[in-house]
Design a protein around this ligand. Structure first.
Ligand code: PEP
Ligand code: MN
Length: 255
């Protein structure tokens, strides 16, 4: 069984967290679990922060039941975005690590509450936040600190519009050289284009990142959100195989 605390203490692991942008059905998540049985940490949005209020908002409480059911049959840790402290009570039985999304990096009340819960937090950078603001926001979770906060670089907003965001690889290198936080890269939201996920994953490893957060869907073309950037389970396996080859050079172990 994968031990999240052990990963948080290790300096040599490169963790691939993968799963759909949004949990859509039990069948959807189960097909990823079956196709990529090596995935130790699954991500899936249950409460989605959509820019457009008319877009699919996630399954909510029904999604939590699906995760609890699948945990009986499959061995995986689960990370999902929390958008409101009032969700803690219902999410907590299913969640091993809370994701704070880009749009909530400045939601200090949410951060204070997560600090009390004590579980690891995958903390995304706001798309317009400086690295300093991002690090300062970690100060609202003092009990988690560098041991239990995983920073996730997911791209920032610049003048460039060719890709969804601009992956600030500088921030990853800077953070690894100047702090003791775990740092992972989200190549899916950084580019918004599935063909870019593999090369950006390589770049993440070269920058010294401790892992990647990748959106993966059994049928990306039918996804209810972010269909352009989700990869298939087969593509995920291919990326992991390539990273495993690279890992030798970078002294990492791909999990
Ligand atoms: C996500 O990971 O599902 C997500 C919404 O990402 P972000 O908060 O980085 O936009
Ligand atoms: Mn998404």
């Amino acid at each position: 069984m994968f031990n999240l605390d052990q990963y948080l203490q290790s300096n040599s692991s490169f963790l691939t967290i993968a799963g759909p942008c949004a949990l859509e059905s039990k069948e959807q998540l189960e097909s990823i679990l079956k196709a990529t049985p090596d995935t130790k940490v699954i991500r899936a949005g249950i409460y989605k922060m959509r820019t457009n209020p008319d877009s699919f908002q996630g399954l909510g409480a029904a999604g939590i039941d699906i995760v609890m059911e699948l945990k009986k049959d499959y061995d995986f840790k689960f990370v999902t975005e929390i958008t409101d402290p009032r969700q803690i009570e219902t999410l907590d039985p299913a969640v091993d690590m809370y994701q704070v999304g880009s749009r909530n990096m400045y939601n200090y009340d949410l951060l204070r509450e997560l600090n009390k819960v004590g579980k690891p937090v995958l903390f995304k950078r706001a798309f317009s936040a400086t690295v300093k603001e991002w690090i300062n926001a970690c100060g609202y979770m003092p009990d988690l600190g560098e041991d239990k906060i995983i920073l996730c670089e997911r791209g920032i907003r610049t003048f460039e519009t060719t890709t969804r965001n601009c992956l600030d690889i500088n921030s990853v290198i800077y953070l690894k050289q100047n702090h003791n936080f775990k740092v992972i890269v989200d190549p899916s939201h950084a580019a918004g284009i599935r063909q870019m996920v593999k090369p950006l994953s390589h770049v993440a490893m070269a920058a010294g990142a401790d892992g990647i957060l990748v959106e993966c869907h059994p049928h990306p073309e039918c996804a209810l959100s972010d269909k352009e950037q989700q990869i298939t389970p087969a593509e995920l396996l291919e990326i992991k195989a390539e990273l495993t080859k690279l890992a030798n050079f970078y002294d990492k172990i791909v999990l």
